[in-house]
Write a protein that binds this ligand. Structure first.
Ligand SMILES: [Zn+2]
Length: 326
């Protein structure tokens, strides 16, 4: 079972070190004092070996966290309000000598609890989206080096799968910010549509601020408003259809007594072909038909009489439609 470690690299020194030995590979000869097993893994690293380390910390707080690290674990770096980069843990070894070579020292101390990394990826994971998945409170702060104390494999299949899912959310948020910046409200709305974050307005604002820290306040404000509008519309449509799939009518009652359904959207290309406006681009579907829509087995379009049609397996079927004007 692999574990997930959160690694803040917030202060100036940490950021410089990050750029030098995580963003870029380290020289193998700098790792010479390490054990043969560690050096062998370093030589075989995908895309060049990277390195990071921690100090023991007050009351050696970081040492037990570091001791729990094993080959195949993931480190998720935190700075600028989000988790921009993930990497795979190859090996760990305590080495004052190598740590000093790589990062120097600070107040007579160095980052000697070292670990080697590879598979460094730009993931751009929103902070609160991650916290929601790992059971942290939204008000929690990424203070120190921590191991996520939760069985992520049981819930998400694997740590990699969790990171992939979260990185998709980050990608949508990035697309939305870029579209809003370019003044393309329609694309911004579509990108935000794909996000399904159960966040309060304040939390959402902090997430958008982290992704759009370089943007004008007006751009950020527009994004938050757009997101809130989408969310209200989804709630309204779920109610309008009583939670029933517009294609097949299926629903089921959840433990909380509410009917279950999902809000689905057409991709921009499909939307143009189907003649459906962005303002109408939300459909209430059961989970099966939602997935069929996403994977292309179900097509939704308006026919010449503006009837809403669902087309699957070559057969067209008229869908329940209470929200798209004839
Ligand atoms: Zn259905």
């Amino acid at each position: 079972m692999s574990n997930l470690f959160l690694v803040p690299a917030v202060d100036r020194r940490a950021r410089e070190n990050f750029e030098r030995t995580v963003r870029r590979p380290v020289r193998l000869r700098d790792l010479d004092p390490l054990g043969p097993g560690q050096r062998r893994l370093a030589r075989a690293a995908h895309g060049g070996v990277r390195a990071w380390g921690t100090k023991a910390g007050k009351k050696d707080i970081n040492v037990s966290t570091w001791s729990a690290m094993a080959h195949g674990d993931r480190a998720l770096f935190y700075f600028d309000g989000l988790f921009p980069v993930s990497a795979r843990v190859l090996a760990r070894e305590r080495s004052e000598e190598v740590a000093e070579r790589l990062w120097g020292e600070e107040g007579g101390d160095t980052w000697e609890y070292m670990y080697l990394l590879d598979e460094v990826r730009q993931v751009e994971i929103p902070r609160l989206a991650l916290f929601a998945c790992i059971g942290y409170k939204p008000t929690a702060y990424t203070r120190g080096f921590t191991r996520v104390d939760r069985d992520l494999e049981a819930t998400f299949g694997s740590v990699e799968q969790l990171l992939e899912q979260l990185s998709d959310q980050g990608h949508q948020l990035r697309l939305a910010v870029e579209a809003a910046k370019a003044g393309d409200q329609m694309e911004a709305a579509t990108a935000l549509d794909q996000l399904d974050m159960q966040l309060s307005e304040d939390q959402l604002r902090s997430e958008i601020n982290a992704f759009a820290s370089a943007e004008k306040p007006a751009t950020r404000k527009r994004l938050v408003e757009q997101f809130q509008r989408n969310r209200k519309l989804v709630a309204k449509l779920k109610k309008l259809y009583g939670g029933k799939c517009q294609y097949c009518g299926f629903t089921f009652l959840q433990g909380n007594g509410r009917p279950y359904c999902e809000a689905a959207h057409l991709k921009p290309m499909a939307r143009r072909e189907a003649n459906i406006d962005v303002k109408d681009n939300i459909f209430i579907l059961c989970p099966n038909h939602h997935k069929m829509l996403d994977y292309g087995d179900l097509r939704i379009e308006l026919d010449s009489k503006r009837h809403l049609m669902g087309i699957a397996g070559g057969k067209a079927k008229r869908m329940t439609n209470k929200h798209i004007d004839p």
